[in-house]
Design a protein around this ligand. Sequence first.
Ligand code: ADP
Ligand code: ASP
Ligand code: MG
Length: 467
Amino acid sequence: MSGHARRRLHVLKFGGTSVGTAERIAWVARRSAASARHERTIVVVSAMAGTTNLLLKSAQAAATRDRNWCEAVKEIRRRHTEAASSLLSVGEQPDFSKHLEAALEIFESLCQGFEMVGEATPRGLDRIASIGEVISAELLAATLRGRGVQAVAVDATKLIVTDNRFGDANVLPEPTLTRLRQRLLPLVRRGVLPVVTGFRGATRDGVPTTLGRGSSDYTATLIGSMLAADEVTIWTDVDGVMTADPRLVPGARVIPRLTFGEAIELAFFGAKVIHWKAIVPVMESGTPLRVRNSFRPATRGTLIVPGGAGRSAVAAVTAVPRVQLVTVSADRSLGPVELATRVLGWLDSTGVHPLLLLQSSAENSLAFALTHEEARTLPGLAQQLSSRHGRDGLVLHSSEEVGLVTAIGSHIRHPTGVGARMFSALARRRISVLAVATGPSGQGVALAVPPKSLVAAVRAIHREFRL
Ligand code: ADP
Ligand code: ASP
Ligand code: MG
């Protein structure tokens, strides 16, 4: 090999709790600077913990003439100014304050608008939602410059091009790739450390969008795979991807190695530690993805890579609370394929992502499960179904809230008895199973249980498979 071997490219993403205080931001700055010394580095940041929720909650309330947003402005200003005063020198603070005030001004004027018209539009909410990322990227970049690192905050609305599905926008790969190559790569090549805002993108016309709640992970993996990075590291607040959410199962353990297939299943079915969309680009490019704890950097975390992991059947158990299980049935004038075509066509027009779909040809019914948040975007579900399809013989049979517990593993299909063991573990605790689903690739078995039994169900299955 020549002496000019290409330097490694590493994308580091820091989540909300990892930049939640001045102390944590100082650590992130040290870690990013250390990385940039020996490899080309791109940093992606989330908003300081709690900021996104506060912004969205108060903006939505503004539409009901609730003036709490004024308090939110003060709170966001206070938290960031406090952090800046301990991270930046007196001379560096005014420049950061300018960025902070510009972001708060957007928030204020949109809230005033929502108040006036009595409505918070999805487009307006998206403009507000990722303001926290703009502020935290400016703060981290300023902190790095104060420590002698050539760093610059980069607003992802200039990089990531999306459609206009506000709140959960889809990335347009071609223009995004062009912009990443033209605007981000040259910075890195010049030895500048870019600090990119997670979570946000913009339409071709520059209207800000967001990629879905928790999607800063996706920003990082998208950039990593499009720029052929050698690795993407997600720095978070737990030791890695674990056998269950440690908040639900105190005995949960870190999984040292996972396949992309397992990871996507885990993320899709509730493991919030990584956004499911984030797995898609690295799965395509084969870029190794690491999940590590920024509070315990000495631990190794989880490495997610292609291929089989060669472990026993079940790797992890996940939970999705508050899932709406909707069953639609039809009279016999409609065949099962027609029933599915109509329901899927309608679902497609609404743009939701059902967690699962179940069909019974014998009953001539079809069920789909939506997260509580997605179900909320379909007000008057029954009305919509019957008004569009009622005369075609479709009936909304039931719509009930359930919890979804899923056992995940790449070899789940091979050993016999995984499903039986799950059922008996639940039966012993008198937990009823309301629906069952398993995908054709056989990497997960999902059971719908009564919402109040969800935590007990997760613990029972975790224990059953000795995870
Ligand atoms: P960040 O702000 O860093 O993006 P998140 O709060 O989005 O962090 O994700 C980390 C959280 O995910 C953890 O605190 C943990 O409670 C939750 N979590 C859910 N399922 C899992 C799992 N299987 N492994 C690890 N963490 C999980
Ligand atoms: N701050 C955003 C959210 O809370 C994005 C992220 O943290 O990934 O959804
Ligand atoms: Mg997250």
